[in-house]
Design a binder for this molecule. Structure first.
Ligand SMILES: NC(=O)c1ccc[n+]([C@@H]2O[C@H](COP(=O)([O-])OP(=O)(O)OC[C@H]3O[C@@H](n4cnc5c(N)ncnc54)[C@H](O)[C@@H]3O)[C@@H](O)[C@H]2O)c1
Length: 355
């Protein structure tokens, strides 16, 4: 695979991790070369330059200038969701492919618009649904997809984190935005539920709220129920203001109920239960057969960067290609619409109406 040149945009709280971990691992093994780093904040930019080992001549505070001056194969976009589109516009104008942080944008209309612009320009864009590509979720997926537990019937996901204090959830924007749970949290969790369900979502009903103790402007708590086109049901409960983080970030609970068994992921442990020919078989969580987690060199965004480069080289399209990822984006914005209207939402109709 030929080494790909990339422009990295955004060195905030998560962008720092991109520089020190996700990008650096791919620089080290020759998958990519970072040819420029961009951040509108000079201090953040200086940190990015240091972490990536780039000279001042490769650092830009103006994304337009960076894309106009530097030749690259793709860019990595790690700025807040309401700024994704501006950066993507620059990338499209420069003929550069895009690997962007989730969600595609901060509105459904913006997300559909971005997918359309990318399609019309003939560019490649994928979204980093990092948690779906973590070691524990990948292990759970491999057992569910193996078919050993039979047909999937119900997927349940729980996220409970104690992030109730001001600034506890990393960046300021999560404490000031509307719908932080859905846009910054459930964007991963509903994506996981849909991935295990294995079909687009048909209808969805959501209720979100903010407990008195949550130091946020928007709703930190929510429940969502989903019916998928293949008949699988999904249920999600999420809270960023829990008293105790029983299923904090990267330690989420996912239970997949199948015809011939159940698979449970909780706090990074996967266990399975298989139906036997017994009368009224019973068991309890913790008593199942523990699975060893799959091992491989790259996980999360480190793996996604490598997958993206393989796609640019003519390999398989990314599972999170922007037009496909619109389905995951639609889950969060349809959930917001459901909370606003108090009604169940026809998700596919909602996507068509947003175009
Ligand atoms: N996949 C995950 O697990 C995960 C985790 C955290 C954040 N994220 C995503 O990463 C993105 C960034 O989040 P964050 O927490 O780092 O935000 P942040 O606010 O900490 O940092 C954003 C950075 O982008 C810069 N910026 C803003 N607009 C810009 C523009 N137009 N051009 C160049 N730079 C610009 C800011 O100066 C800042 O340094 C978001 O989309 C977020 O959802 C993903």
């Amino acid at each position: 695979m030929a080494r790909k040149r990339l422009i990295h945009v955004g060195v905030g709280v998560f962008g720092r991790r991109w520089c020190s971990e996700f990008l650096s691992a791919n620089v080290a093994d020759g998958t990519v070369e970072v040819v420029a780093v961009v951040d509108t904040d000079p201090q953040a930019l200086a940190l990015g330059a240091r972490l990536l080992g780039l000279p001042e001549s490769k650092c830009y505070t103006d994304p337009a200038k960076a894309f106009a001056e530097v030749e690259a194969d793709f860019c990595t976009v790690v700025v807040p969701p309401n700024h994704h589109e501006t950066v993507i516009d620059h990338a499209i104008a420069a003929g550069v492919d895009i690997l962007c942080e989730k969600p595609i944008a901060d509105t459904m209309e913006g997300s559909v618009r971005i997918a359309r612009k990318v399609r019309e320009a003939g560019r490649k864009m994928a979204v980093t649904m990092s948690h779906r590509f973590d070691q524990d979720k990948t292990t759970l997926r491999s057992v569910v997809r193996s078919g050993k537990l039979g047909k999937v019937n119900l997927v349940s996901c729980r996220y409970m984190a104690d992030l109730r204090k001001h600034m506890a959830w990393g960046a300021l924007f999560r404490h000031t935005m509307a719908d932080p749970l859905l846009i910054e949290g459930a964007v991963h969790h509903l994506d996981l539920v849909a991935d295990f369900a294995g079909a687009p979502c048909k209808t969805l009903f959501a209720s979100t709220w903010k407990p008195d103790w949550a130091e946020y402007a928007g709703d930190t708590d929510g429940i969502v129920s989903m019916v998928f086109e293949n008949g699988v049901r999904g249920v999600y409960e999420g809270s960023s203001s829990a008293a105790v983080g029983m299923n904090d970030w990267t330690r989420e609970y996912v239970r997949v109920e199948c015809e011939e068994g159940t698979a449970i992921l909780s706090n990074r442990e996967v266990e399975i239960f298989q139906r036997q020919d017994l009368v009224r078989q019973r068991s309890r969580e913790g008593a199942g057969q523990k699975l060893q987690l799959i091992t491989q060199p790259k996980w999360l965004n480190t793996w996604l960067i490598e997958k993206f480069c393989a796609w640019l080289d003519g390999g398989p399209a990314m599972e999170t290609e922007v037009s496909v990822n619109l389905q995951s984006t639609a889950l969060i914005f349809a959930a917001i619409e459901s909370q606003r209207t108090g009604a169940a939402i026809d998700v596919q109709d909602y996507i068509s109406r947003s175009a």
